[in-house]
Design a protein around this ligand. Sequence first.
Ligand SMILES: Cc1cc2nc3c(=O)[nH]c(=O)nc-3n(C[C@H](O)[C@H](O)[C@H](O)COP(=O)(O)O)c2cc1C
Length: 284
Amino acid sequence: MSNKGTINFTIEEVVRKRYSVRNYNNQNVEEEKRLAIQNFIESIDNPFGEKVRFHFLDKGDINDDKTLGTYGVIKGAKQYIGATIELGPMSLEALGYEFEMVILYLAHIGLGTCWLGGTFNRKGFAKALNIGENQVFPIISPYGYAASTKHMKEIAMRKLIKADYRKDWTQLFYKNDFKRPLARKDAGDLEFPLEMIRLGPSASNKQPWRVLIIDDKCHFYEYKEPGYSDIFPYDIQRIDMGIAAAHFDLAVKEKGILGHFDNKIEPEIYLPKNFIYSFSWIRE
Ligand SMILES: Cc1cc2nc3c(=O)[nH]c(=O)nc-3n(C[C@H](O)[C@H](O)[C@H](O)COP(=O)(O)O)c2cc1C
């Protein structure tokens, strides 16, 4: 993958620094930083072989324009980045992977972001971003400087979805089969990459990532929440799986652990209800 040379942050620093910023201070991001973001985007890639397109929206006070609304979720933001794909076998995971790389880079350079998959006027933004009809447009994020306080709706939202809560290891990671949770102390050199997955963002903070370790392979599964993605023409939780892949990949690379992704080696094992195989990572 070609993005190795361009990552100039440490994964733990940015994973801990990032959180969803929904209140911005109305300031434009400096042109220099804008160019740096564009350069970063051009340098990244994903391990799933699918094309992800990024689109920038830069407009005075876009919150005044109803067609560019976010239902009061985002305030004071002047700039947005959107991502589109053509629906392919792994394109949602690819989008999750690349968009999270950008989100982490933005955190690194001091900018706030917020993944938006639901609470934005998709039609209005699609028009403003000039998105072609053959493109699927699942995600945008505002980017900019966080205001000094959170707005009321934001505080209420965070409480409702328990935004600061993360599931513990026993609910996410397994060894050999899904009856045996993997204890953190037994994870060896995968402790750090798995912990980086655990701390990641996900749609409505549902944390659908499950990882099963068998020998030298980590198999990634989605716990697909029944009904949750029904309002979309795609499964939004597959984007969360791409986020997990990004955190894991950055972490193993940082630690010098060699391996690669493959999405065609699903093990023949008993699967708990609503678990869906996503992809695997194979240690080299
Ligand atoms: C794929 C995806 C879609 C999301 N969609 C929305 C959204 O539509 N509106 C919103 O306010 N937050 C959205 N979020 C943000 C999550 O609610 C947030 O990441 C989660 O609650 C954890 O909080 P944190 O980001 O502050 O750590 C989304 C996150 C992801 C990963």
